[in-house]
Write a protein that binds this ligand. Structure first.
Ligand code: NAG
Ligand code: NAG
Length: 631
């Protein structure tokens, strides 16, 4: 909200994007604290957490504001202040506020302090208890570092920092009410490069539940019974905390290493390498088969042409007068391809940024911000590709094409996000995208993306359609019924297996980071996987289109797009499997949210892989028919 109101008043789009930290790299500028300097503790939204054990399931997908009135957390004097955030950070659900915790560098080491005492009415106690049962976690930030709980990876025996810490605990299960954590031991690790200059290099929080009298004297060591919120009458809750400063030898540059823990990296590596080897092997085999049979076909066609009278064509050569016939609905197809090309470029550039290390988790929301900006500025690519593909397929309603390219997909995505937002608002979630941010996105779209798309379309039209190596016959041929495996659905599902097989290991991590708020940082793996998927999609689509043309089915345009996008159907199936195996969503809103985001992901994947398949096949078909002699 903050950032976008500034935008609307300030009016200068780009400079505002810069000032709202879109390109701010906290990783590049350490903050040196003097003795006694205030260290700010910021609070972020409460998120559902995957508890440590392996069979744990995520129970909700809805975030809540820390200062949601039903939680009754202590507020700072003068009310909570929202902190400026980047666009991506807002889209990914960060809602950062200041807090009343009084932390000063190296002061009050180990002093037990009370923050405030609040009264929680029974109806809010019930809400809090429900959130505890759903494993909600508090997310604090100190000097850009998330507060974490130290955990032990039972497989490797390493300790690591798990971001966020529990709101409460649901055990022992035989009790009616769960435990509420109302005391926090905050251990701040610091590193002093120079005497008198200190840097925060680790934030650990150990939450405890402390029962007993909540008014009067207190003591952080107390070993009295834990605290439970009663749902049959008002509760008094005292929040206490203690800050401990602990010197660390970790330098500032590597302070994130403890957070970026990979569970069982060997399995990760092994399965990834395994799938890459299989896929590369398949690609090589497929290309070899294709290359050998095509070159044999070509030499046979050309030889027969030389040997006088008997002109017996067969296979793909038969349809040379048909392959470049205008397909059905060239308008829709070219719009899909244009938008797919825009998304492909966005994914590619984002991955390059990620590989260069710009999008580390220390740079909150940078991934989504870079994606939004790339998508906006690649509107030109979308318009250009769409108009050229449209012209190549013989379309002549150019303006309509340019208009639809710039509007259809953004409208669809916006409509879905808007609907999901309505659900979030009714669930009182903080995850709802604020109105100002929505406005900012619409502005980016109408102010930058759409005009760029129009400019791209103008240049695309100037360059015109691609010339084709063979002419189209005036009368269409009859098409014989294709073999079973080449029917549209069979071919689509069959061809989708390979790209999906290359990606599904990485997909698991991506889904976990999207839905279970795990940090994702294995961009090397991701870029590699994306490359393999693109390669496999292109190869498999070309192969299937070749079979199609051999079966004298010449309507390859749509089929290539569909075959390329085949992996999206597997992605959908995998998403549903993930839902069953890893999530146990109780609330209707969470289910709608999950299915909505999954659907969005599937659409985008379909567009990207479909476009890769279509463009690769277009290239291959032109090469194929350019290499034979037609009389
Ligand atoms: C703070 O106290 C802990 C033990 O309670 C001690 O290990 C640590 O060195 C102390 N830190 C400072 C800066 O005095
Ligand atoms: C401080 O660090 C040492 C070793 O790094 C550890 O043994 C000790 O428990 C830490 N102190 C606190 C209060 O966490």
């Amino acid at each position: 909200m903050h950032s976008s109101t500034r935008l609307l008043t300030g009016g200068v789009l780009l400079s505002t994007l810069l000032t709202v930290n879109a390109f701010y790299l906290p990783g590049a500028a350490p903050h040196d604290y003097k003795d006694g300097e205030k260290v700010d503790l910021y609070v972020n939204a409460l998120t559902p957490m995957l508890s440590g054990n392996e069979h744990a399931k995520l129970k909700s997908l809805i975030n809540y504001d820390y200062y949601d009135p039903s939680f009754h957390f202590c507020t700072p004097e003068g009310g909570p202040q929202k902190q400026p955030e980047s666009l991506g950070s807002i889209l990914f659900g960060d809602r950062i506020f200041n807090s009343p915790y009084d932390i000063r560098m190296l002061e009050q080491n180990g002093t037990c302090r009370a923050l405030c005492t609040v009264t929680v009415p029974p109806e809010d106690a019930k809400v809090i208890n429900d959130r505890i049962r759903e494993d909600y976690a508090l997310n604090w930030l100190i000097d850009g570092l998330p507060a974490a709980e130290m955990k032990l990876d039972t497989k490797s025996g390493d300790t690591f920092f798990d971001m966020g810490f529990n709101l409460g605990n649901d055990d022992p299960p035989h009790e009616e009410q769960p435990l509420l954590n109302n005391h926090y031991d905050i251990v701040l690790r610091y590193h002093s490069p120079k005497p008198g200059n200190h840097r925060v290099v680790g934030v650990l929080v150990w939450p405890y539940s402390r029962g007993g009298g909540q008014d009067g004297s207190f003591d952080c060591e107390s070993t009295v019974e834990p605290y439970r919120l009663r749902e049959d009458g008002p509760n008094r809750v005292r929040y206490t905390y203690r800050v401990m400063w602990n010197e660390s030898s970790t330098p500032w540059a590597t302070r994130w290493d403890n957070y970026l823990h990979i569970f069982d990296p060997r399995i990760h590596w092994f399965s990834l390498i395994n799938s890459i080897v299989i896929v590369v092997f398949l690609c090589v085999m497929v290309s070899m088969i294709l290359y050998r049979s095509v070159s044999r076909d070509i030499s046979r066609y050309n030889a027969i042409d030389l040997s006088e009278d008997v002109q017996e064509d067969w296979g793909w050569k038969l349809v040379h007068g048909e392959v470049f016939r205008t397909p059905q609905n060239p308008m829709i197809l070219s719009v899909l391809v244009g938008n797919g090309a825009q998304l492909c470029s966005m994914v590619g550039v984002t991955l390059v940024f990620a590989l260069l290390g710009f999008l580390s988790p220390s740079n909150r929301g940078s991934l989504a911000t870079v994606m939004m900006i790339c998508w906006t500025f690649f509107g030109g690519i979308g318009g250009y590709v769409s108009s050229r593909v449209y012209a190549s397929m013989g379309g002549n309603e150019r303006r309509k094409n340019a208009f639809l390219t710039a509007t259809i997909l953004p409208t669809l995505i916006f409509a879905i996000v808007f609907l999901l937002n309505l659900f979030l608002i009714t669930a009182h979630s903080s995850g709802a995208v604020p109105f100002g941010t929505m406005l900012l996105i619409v502005l980016l779209w109408f102010g930058i993306s759409a005009p760029l798309s129009a400019i791209g379309a103008y240049f695309g039209n100037r360059h015109g359609g691609i010339s084709h190596p063979v002419r189209v016959n005036p009368i269409p041929r009859q098409i014989p019924p294709p073999p079973k495996y080449l029917r549209p659905w069979a071919a689509t599902l069959l061809s989708g297996i390979l790209p999906f097989g290359a990606a599904f290991v990485e997909l698991y991590f991506v889904l976990s980071s999207l839905f279970a708020s795990r940090a994702y940082y294995a961009f090397g793996f991701l870029a590699l996987t994306a490359g393999v998927v693109a390669l496999t999609t292109a190869t498999v689509t070309i192969l299937f289109s070749y079979f199609l043309l051999c079966a004298e089915e010449y309507r390859w345009h749509w089929r290539a797009f569909l075959t390329g996008g085949g992996s999206a159907f597997w992605l959908l199936a995998y998403g549903l499997f993930y839902w069953i195996s890893r999530l146990s969503l109780d609330s209707f809103s969470s289910v709608v949210l999950y299915l909505g985001y999954l659907f969005l992901l599937v659409i985008l994947d379909f567009l990207v892989t479909g476009t890769i398949g279509f463009l690769a096949t277009y290239w291959a078909v032109r090469k194929l028919y350019g290499s034979i002699r037609i009389d």
